[in-house]
Design a protein around this ligand. Structure first.
Ligand SMILES: Nc1ncnc2c1ncn2[C@@H]1O[C@H](COP(=O)(O)OP(=O)(O)OP(=O)(O)O)[C@@H](O)[C@H]1O
Length: 908
């Protein structure tokens, strides 16, 4: 037994009543009526007739009640203080932990019945008493550790970590269910513990329900582990310690959806809460009947984690809280029934003694046995030689493939330069095609999708957007897939057989190409702007374009005649042959597989083949090119990709989850944060474009209805946009006003801080930026309405943005930024900021505190500027003004030069 003598242990056991079977200590606390109950004159139906009994006033006449009087270990009326509750219903159980006995205090009850109120007080008093005890017992050395979790929607989360990802539960043969990778802080003093408790409070999921403004939406378990050793033996060779934990369990409140008026997120939370409480109730009910038969601990994470506290070898106290109001009668009865069952559950407390010397010896013995068996194993030696051979073989394959890849990249680059030359040469045909610009199709001159469909695509209005980075080589290429129609066999044969070499191209092909150039005009522009490819067949050609490209929002498809399609494709085929060869080569794939066993390679997107042209918002808003045919647009079913983009436009925060510290892909080339930062640029640009599109469509519909389709969409859109050119002197004031409105809306909608930063740094008052501001403002108003609508609507759609989801995303972003601070700022820089932003250098989680302050003061211009600068630094954005515009080549500004439009059908 080591240093703790038998006598001493016996004394403790006697003191704690060890060895005897004991029951869970069950109390009931009735809170006073709250203001809502008072305001609706809710009568008080419950009365505590003495320290142990409570009756329902109408109980005698109410035959549905199993008992009119309910008795428990202790009952606390409305006038009782939390201190009293602690002293009589928790203290004894809590302090068992000092004697090496595991203990748990639960608060159970309906939502808004006072669980958190009670548990907060009890935790505070417990901590104070434990520390007082420690201070008085200097003869013992105490080590205290603290951990905290919450179970929210059946996911376990570490409340001491900023990482919101769920934790796994593991089954340990000795310790039972344990939470994997849970933070456990060793406590310095009581102040340290208080700090950690406030961190937990801040991190816990809270939401507003109609019954409780600050309803806890999760089960919270705070765990304090105390290990103590007699000082005279501490650090000696053969010492033993007492080690036990006390759990403070604040359960989420049971609720009736109709009473709590739950909807959407609240309803979903309520379902999870009720389900886990139901399991808890079942476990308690079964335990109350003895431990025979199956106890469904594993049916919920809550009961799994608390298994040892429920009917195990620890001590447990349950405090059931309830409202005295008549309106909650049903819930209060349920609470009392739960309490009645809990009273019957027996536990058998045991002292936990850790014999460190023996444990160590056991561990060493085990390790020795393992090593011995490994040495004895006949397979071990050959295994390792096989292994090194396999590594050598793999290395050789990698080297070989790297060589092949190098060659293929050279070939690809050669093909690319040839293609560029060819594209350059086509410019001379521009003029010819300009005659064909004034027809009904001229709205769609920004993006042209190419395909070669013999007929199927003519009537089709399906479309898809393909735009993704090729993942190899040093260039950022946009890869566009083309698929050829089986029905155009001649053309296919031609395209596959013609290697890229202008001199060797077949005469017929040349003729066709020339014809196509004549007919299609600006082929260079066409090629550069191709983004949307729609296909309906199975032969793939990959085309790599190195030009910067835009993120596009396709609006419609345009018909093509068969001959046009054939000619167009033939021109391209010449350049694509080698590229296709390069891209289809398997070594890339193989190398990826070799170098990254688990990392996913982005899938190549393909689409259905329809010859189509699409247009970006630039066209929608600024060019004389919006469709005059609202019905046509209305008919179009957006592809899933487009839907996804629209979603992101409205809910760009969602994409934040993908923000990660740059990770090298299989080619091990490190990326900058901004490349990965999909929230920022693409989210923003897509957001603006999708919103502009939606806006145009809405306007278009309105106009169609109101004035009989006399105005074009473009007219309407432009009308709505402020024009700094008309009143340049007013523009700076107008700009400031708009900017401020946008900043307010960002705040209200919990918009991503990275998005705000990009926008803020990019648009600084240039008159040409007015359109961006206008669109952003409308988009945000739309977002605000969407959030309000979703918040008031019952839905299970996870994709829908609600206030809670946007807040959650923003919180995650702040956590991510706080992590970035460590990586991208020196200690001195951080400390300067802490001082400047009023964060104590001694306080905990200073980085998170700083991140929480970013962009928080919407009316303080200096604060906003500084926030933008900090965020820019954290995400590695050095020169946003230049970088962004160049990156996207975007310009919503009115264009001075006349843009030529294409007419595909009517070209002669
Ligand atoms: N005994 C009490 N005396 C005075 N006020 C109380 C008492 N119990 C609870 N309250 C008040 O009632 C409100 C709801 O309490 P609390 O948040 O603790 O309920 P809850 O049971 O934890 O609810 P939920 O399950 O929704 O989290 C709080 O404003 C709290 O201050």
């Amino acid at each position: 037994m080591g240093a703790i003598g038998e006598d001493e242990l016996a004394k403790w056991e006697k003191m704690a009543g060890i060895g005897d079977e004991e029951r869970i200590l069950v109390s009931v606390r009735v809170r006073p009526l709250n203001s809502i109950e008072i305001s609706r004159n809710d009568p008080v139906d419950w009365e505590c007739i003495n320290n142990t009994s409570i009756i329902h006033r109408n109980g005698i006449s109410d035959r549905t009640l199993p008992l009119s009087t309910y008795s428990y270990d202790r009952v606390f009326g409305q006038e009782c203080t939390t201190r009293q509750v602690y002293e009589d219903a928790a203290k004894g159980v809590v302090l068992s932990v000092i004697n090496g006995i595991n203990s748990s205090i639960f608060a159970y009850g309906q939502t808004s019945s006072g669980k958190t109120y009670t548990m907060t007080g009890i935790t505070e008093y417990s901590v104070s008493d434990i520390y007082d005890y420690i201070e008085k017992h200097e003869e013992r050395e105490f080590v205290m550790k603290f951990s905290a979790i919450e179970i929210y929607n059946e996911a376990v989360r570490d409340l001491l970590s900023s990482d919101p990802s769920p934790l796994r539960l593991l089954d340990d043969p000795e310790r039972g269910t344990i939470v994997d990778k849970l933070t456990e802080e060793t406590l310095r003093d009581r102040e340290h513990l208080k700090e950690l408790l406030s961190v937990c409070e801040a991190q816990r999921q809270i939401g507003e329900t109609s019954l409780n403004e600050m309803s806890s939406r999760s089960h919270q378990i705070l765990r304090l582990t105390i290990e103590s050793t007699a000082r005279q033996f501490f650090g000696g060779e053969n010492f033993s310690s007492l080690a036990a934990s006390v759990n403070f369990v604040d359960l989420a409140g049971s609720e009736r959806a109709s009473q709590a008026l739950s909807a959407g997120t609240r309803l979903k939370e309520g379902c999870h809460i009720n389900r886990s409480l139901l399991t808890l109730g079942t476990v308690i009910r079964k335990l109350s009947k003895g431990r025979n038969g199956h106890i469904p601990y594993r049916d919920s994470k809550l009961t799994r984690i608390l298994q040892s506290s429920l009917g195990g070898n620890g001590r447990t106290a349950i405090i059931c809280t309830m409202s005295p109001a008549r309106s909650h009668i049903e819930q209060s009865r349920n609470t009392l029934l739960f309490a009645t069952c809990a009273k019957e559950v027996a536990t058998s407390a045991q002292v936990n003694v850790v014999m460190s010397d023996k444990a160590l010896v056991r561990h060493l013995q085990k390790e020795l046995a393992r090593l011995e068996s490994e040495l004895r194993s006949p397979n071990s030696a050959p295994k390792s030689s096989n292994h090194s051979e396999a590594i050598k073989e793999r290395d050789a394959r990698i080297t070989k493939m790297e060589k092949e890849i190098k060659q293929l990249i050279e070939q690809r680059d050669l093909a690319q330069s040839r293609l560029d030359e060819m594209l350059l040469a086509t410019r001379e045909w521009d003029q010819v095609s300009q005659h064909s610009t004034s027809n009904a199709q001229n709205a769609y001159d920004d993006v042209i999708s190419i395909s070669e469909n013999s007929g199927m695509g003519h009537q089709s209005q399906d479309f898809s957007v393909i735009s993704f980075e090729s993942s190899f080589g040093s260039q950022n290429c946009k890869e566009i897939q083309l698929e050829q129609s089986k029905t155009q066999e001649e053309e296919e044969v031609h395209s596959v057989s013609s290697k890229y070499n202008a001199e060797l191209v077949h005469d017929d092909h040349q003729k066709t190409s020339e014809k196509s150039r004549d007919e299609y005009g600006d082929f260079d522009e066409l090629c550069k702007e191709v983004k949307c490819i729609e296909m309906e067949d199975n032969k793939r050609i990959n085309l790599l374009l190195t030009d910067e490209t835009e993120f596009l929002v396709p609006l419609r498809s345009v018909d093509f005649t068969e001959i046009e399609q054939q000619q167009e494709v033939q021109v391209r085929d010449q350049g694509q042959y080698l590229i296709e060869k390069v891209n289809e080569s398997s070594p890339f794939e193989e190398l990826k597989n070799l170098k990254t066993n688990e990392e996913e390679v982005p899938p190549v997107k393909s689409a259905t083949m329809v010859l189509s042209r699409s247009m970006s918002c630039r066209a929608t808003l600024m060019n004389n090119s919006c469709s005059n045919s609202p019905t046509f647009i209305d008919k179009i079913e957006p592809s899933p990709y487009v839907k996804e983009r629209r979603q992101s436009a409205l809910e760009f925060n969602i994409e934040l989850e993908n923000f990660q510290e740059p990770k090298s892909k299989y080619n091990e080339i490190p990326k900058t944060v901004s490349e990965d930062d999909i929230t920022s640029i693409s989210g923003f640009v897509d957001g603006i474009k999708a919103m502009a599109q939606i806006h145009c469509q809405e306007k278009e519909r309105t106009i169609s209805e109101d004035i009989g389709k006399k105005k074009t969409v473009k007219d309407v859109c432009l009308q709505a946009v402020i024009s700094p050119c008309e009143s340049p002197s007013r523009w700076p004031i107008e700009f400031e006003k708009k900017q401020q409105e946008i900043i307010e809306l960002w705040h209200v909608c919990n918009v991503s801080l990275i998005h705000r930063t990009y926008f803020f740094l990019l648009f600084k008052g240039d008159p040409a930026d007015s359109i961006y501001l206008e669109v952003e403002q409308r988009r945000l108003s739309f977002l605000k309405n969407t959030i309000n609508y979703n918040n008031n609507t019952s839905t299970d759609n996870k994709q829908q943005i609600t206030l809670a989801s946007s807040m959650k995303n923003l919180r995650r972003e702040r956590e991510m930024l706080s992590r970035q601070m460590q990586k991208r700022m020196t200690t001195m820089e951080r400390e300067e900021l802490y001082s400047k932003w009023g964060i104590s250098l001694e306080s905990k989680r200073r980085r998170l505190q700083l991140a929480k302050k970013l962009w928080s003061e919407t009316n303080n211009t200096e604060h906003v500027k500084e926030s933008a600068t900090i965020v820019a630094k954290l995400i590695g954005l050095l020169e946003p003004e230049h970088a962004l515009k160049e990156m996207f080549g975007l310009s919503f500004a009115p264009q001075l030069t006349h843009r030529r439009s294409f007419s595909w059908k009517n070209a002669k």
